[in-house]
Design a protein around this ligand. Structure first.
Ligand code: GLP
Length: 260
């Protein structure tokens, strides 16, 4: 795993945007998986700026959302479909038919999840998957204990995730307890994973993910076994890492051709 430590969350977002840009320039019809949460917001505003300045064209990009709350329609202001529309898709020239997302209102959830997996394979698989990191080490909504081989499916949230996400809802009773999420195995199939984390609240999960054992108790740790994973963090999120100097050295001495 490549660990990139930036001085601020803004710089981390810009670095991630450079990676997305390089991917789209290399393959205009890239299949990109998008995450929600506050962490990728800087990345998304950078992508919007690149589009608005005419430096990046999203017209051929195929998008897949990582997860969704069960029981929230795409018109609900806290649904992840709404979030991505508000912060990203609605501000780009991405073609609506090329945007895919789990449907929180699906009647037959198991069938819907199977169909979502099929849509991903029919698109040729995910070229670049954007991820955030839960403070309990989840990716997507794959909570601790999730099968490391799991595919898109229904999951129940942990108390910690419900508490972490409570700030977005008017009352605790409104927070959905169930979600649909790409599985850990689905994420691991992506050709490149870019995972972002910022702030002191993520420091423990970041250290466990990068330098701890690979375990289903911390699903993000499986990314140690991913063929091409880039972790981009700010200094606060990096503060519990042991090999910081090495990560900084590697980044500074990166060959020109490897740079984003
Ligand atoms: C939710 C999402 C995750 C996201 C996490 C972190 O649980 N399902 O994909 O990574 O929140 O959110 P934030 O970036 O707001 O800390």
């Amino acid at each position: 795993m490549e660990v990139i430590i930036k001085t601020s969350s803004e710089e981390a977002g810009k670095e991630a945007a450079r990676i997305v840009r390089r991917q789209i320039l290399k393959k205009p019809a890239s299949v990109i998986g998008f995450a929600t949460g506050s962490t990728p917001l800087k990345l998304y505003s950078e992508l919007v700026a690149l589009f608005q300045s005419g430096s990046l064209d999203f017209s051929q990009v195929i998008a897949f959302s990582l997860d969704e709350y069960v029981g929230l329609s795409p018109n609900h202001s806290q649904s992840y479909a709404w979030f991505l529309q508000e912060h990203l898709f609605g501000k780009l020239n991405i073609v609506p038919e090329k945007i895919h997302a789990p449907d929180g209102m699906a009647g037959d959830i198991a069938q819907h999840c199977e169909d979502y997996e099929k849509q991903i394979s029919q698109a040729g698989g995910i070229d670049l998957q954007i991820l955030g990191l839960g403070s309990d080490g989840h990716i997507g909504f794959n909570e601790p204990g999730s099968s490391l081989a799991s595919r898109t499916r229904l999951k129940s949230l942990t108390g910690q995730t419900i508490a972490d996400n409570a700030r977005f809802f008017n009352s605790p009773a409104e927070i959905p307890r169930h979600v649909i999420t790409m599985g850990v195995g689905t994420i691991m199939d992506a050709r490149h994973c870019v995972i972002l984390a910022n702030g002191i609240k993520k420091a423990k999960a970041v250290a466990a993910m990068v330098e701890g054992p690979v375990t289903a108790s911390l699903p993000a740790s499986i990314l140690q076994m991913h063929r091409f994973c880039t972790l981009i963090i700010d200094e606060k999120a990096a503060c519990q890492l042991q090999r910081t100097e090495y990560y900084l050295w590697v980044y500074k001495n990166k060959p020109e051709w490897q740079k984003a």
